[in-house]
Design a protein around this ligand. Sequence first.
Ligand SMILES: Cc1cc2nc3c(=O)[nH]c(=O)nc-3n(C[C@H](O)[C@H](O)[C@H](O)COP(=O)(O)OP(=O)(O)OC[C@H]3O[C@@H](n4cnc5c(N)ncnc54)[C@H](O)[C@@H]3O)c2cc1C
Length: 464
Amino acid sequence: MDLTRKYDVLVIGGGNAALCAAISARRDGASVLVLEGAPKFYRGGNTRHTRNMRCAHDAATEILTGPYTEEEFWEDLLRVTGGETDEELARHMIAESKDILGWIVEQGVRWQPSLGGTLSLGRTNSFFLGGGRAMLNALYLTAEQLGVDILYDAEVVDLEIADGMFLSATLKQGDGHASVAASTLVAAAGGFEANIEWLKQYWGEAADNFLIRGTPYNRGSILKMLLEKGVEEIGDPTQCHAVAIDARAPKFDGGIITRHDSVVFGIVVNKNAERFYDEGEDIWPKRYAIWGRLVAAQPGQIAYIIFDASSRTSFMPTLFPPIEAESIAALAGKLELDPAALEKTVTEFNAAVRPGTFDHTILDDCRTEGLMPPKTHWARRIETPHYYAYPVRPGITFTYLGTRVNKQTRMLMKGGKLSANMFAAGEIMAGNVLGKGYAAGVGMTIGSVFGRIAGREAAKNAHN
Ligand SMILES: Cc1cc2nc3c(=O)[nH]c(=O)nc-3n(C[C@H](O)[C@H](O)[C@H](O)COP(=O)(O)OP(=O)(O)OC[C@H]3O[C@@H](n4cnc5c(N)ncnc54)[C@H](O)[C@@H]3O)c2cc1C
């Protein structure tokens, strides 16, 4: 590859946002170079782990069970973010998402109907046939066939930016470095979730106990460079998508198989063997993204989902088996919790459970009375041996701090001036839409919609 050549568009990153940008720029006639920091085998960042994307549509499709209007999508986004979203940008994303359903298929990606089990997304979210890796394989193949140049193991370590204008990027190549110049830049290099030191700036030592669900390559280096070189930031650095995952999961890249969805079937205690939140508050998918932050706030950033034999087969099978014992005290011993404290918590919980008709698919009438915190639905006594526990820790999916962009995904500089030639898409600018909270499948919407726009705008910019 001739790196002395000046490309029209340089794309940094190798996930969904980067590939959508690269394909769209190339289709608009630009010469495009993609720099993926990871080796080829690990290409595709967090996108490798995904399964589905949320797009608005006015009628059922072959794989979606009913309409999901722009207005409903907007209302969902408004609710999960508590209004912390840029309305103009969010509405623009939602409107454009309609077209993405077909556009992404034109790039070789195939859809499949929603998976069952704990997911209730059949109407709103389209699933990638074969998952995120298959989706990426299709995008890479299309990009290659269109003539996009792709370099792996190409971590960008510096950006030359003068007065809001991108000039060149320096990348690591083996033991040396190379410089690449381009007329425009698309930054699609993810968030900073895999950078524990950066997370520690906001979370303190607690961040040492976080597990990172996705790629170790999203260290936020490009985001940091852009912010240091004058791009305006958006978003609260402590806001992120985080779920409770098995504490025995690897530090990075455990993916979706380390997640648990057994919270509703039991109680959750911290290392003092005390409950700390209503386990029956809401149905999936509204509840699943809160437990990461809840566990992060507990001592030692660890918690234990406790249940009994009556629930043992009620939820999806897990990667790591539950820890099992014949009595609550023996279970506490295995978890290194105070046996008397755990027995007290379970006894008090059992005494507070009121009779009802159990149905985990609706907000049923099984609840506690006189207990703090309450369990407002699905409360059943934990009294049938054997007893089980899953240890869980915060699993960070992705961070929301990002670069501020306009509707064309053009970066804004501090002071309000628009960058002459820098665009951003995906996690690196997710904070424009996600001030906090999450609706399943929106991460990929942000990548595809804004990636496609960024590529188009970058190609236009390069030709002017
Ligand atoms: C386990 C898991 C499951 C998920 N499931 C879903 C789902 O089903 N639906 C959904 O919508 N979202 C899901 N998400 C979130 C989703 O993965 C992200 O929102 C989305 O993939 C982000 O795309 P992206 O292109 O912005 O970032 P990524 O796909 O993470 O790509 C970032 C890229 O930048 C590269 N990079 C980083 N730094 C540099 C550098 N300095 N130089 C060069 N390259 C660099 C990385 O190697 C990587 O290729 C999931 C996330 C995880 C972790």
